[in-house]
Design a protein around this ligand. Structure first.
Ligand code: PEP
Ligand code: MN
Length: 275
């Protein structure tokens, strides 16, 4: 029993500065916060089905993309403003918070109007004017790790936000590029553990983009929480094979209770709980 209460883990936990993303949802405190949703908001019905499933397992945060950064200009790039409106409407229906990405400085006012947390995507981790601009908002920021960024570069990017006055920063490990095409990226769980030592910002794990494979998402989610993650970002779709983006990594809605059960057990072992 002593091992769970080791001085090291206590110091690590205490040194994290919690970020309140809503009146009663705090990232970086005792609870491990689940942020779930579709990669892209595709329709009201699709997003509502995911939100309802999140609500049913006690989840508090809906994450979905309205403006999508896509590798190919021919790929679906999101519903834009309509997507933001859908996110807000279904989140309000189920009492959830909204997190969504701002692709550039010009998107911030709109995203801030509809969302509770502004996401900065992996491709934009060193988009400095964007970092400065979110640093001047009063919204919590989810800063995803660049897929080829070192931990130091990632923490420096966070510092660019903080220097503008906004210290409500949540870091997100979403996998880094490796040599092996077996998985989309390489989940760097060591980074999660190291961030707990190096930084006061909470850190969450994104097993969906890290693995790119639905069959690996739950094991990777367990690993994130075991490494000390303060939350998870996981992609779901009511009909994964039909998803307009990231179909290979989307979990079906009936996997949500399994995820909550298995990750909840790991959280309990870490003397935390999943919300
Ligand atoms: C996303 O979270 O939807 C996304 C595009 O991820 P990333 O920026 O990590 O690639
Ligand atoms: Mn995605």
């Amino acid at each position: 029993m002593e091992i769970f209460a080791s001085p090291v883990s206590q110091i690590d936990r205490q040194s994290t500065q919690p970020v309140a993303i809503g009146p009663d949802v705090i990232v970086g405190a005792e609870a491990v916060v689940l942020m779930a949703g579709p990669c892209s908001v595709e329709s009201y019905e699709q997003t509502r089905a995911v939100a309802e499933a999140i609500h049913r397992v006690g989840g508090r945060v809906l994450r979905g993309g309205a403006f999508k950064p896509r590798t190919s200009p021919d790929s679906f790039s999101g519903l834009g403003l309509e997507g933001l409106k859908i996110l807000r409407a279904v989140a309000d229906e189920f009492g959830l918070l909204v997190i969504t990405e701002a692709l550039g400085v010009e998107y911030i006012p709109l995203v801030a109007e509809y969302a509770d947390v502004i996401q900065i995507g992996s491709r934009n981790m060193q988009h400095f004017p964007l970092l400065w601009a979110v640093g001047e908002t009063d919204k919590p920021v989810l800063l995803k790790r660049g897929f080829m960024a070192t931990i130091e570069e990632w923490l420096m990017a966070a510092e660019h936000i903080a220097r503008r006055g906004n210290e409500q920063i949540i870091l997100c490990e979403r996998g880094i590029r490796g040599f092996d095409p077996s998985t989309r990226n390489v989940l760097d769980t060591t980074a999660i553990a190291l961030i707990k030592q190096l930084s006061a910002y909470p850190v969450i794990g994104d097993p969906s983009h890290a693995t790119g494979r639905a069959d690996l998402v739950i094991p990777a989610a367990r690993a994130c929480v075991a490494a000390g993650a303060d939350g998870l970002l996981v992609e779901f779709h009511p009909h994964p094979l039909e998803a307009l983006s990231d179909a290979e990594q989307a979990l079906p809605l009936d996997a949500l209770p399994q995820l909550v059960d298995e990750v909840g057990r790991i959280a309990a072992a870490m003397r935390r709980r999943l919300t």
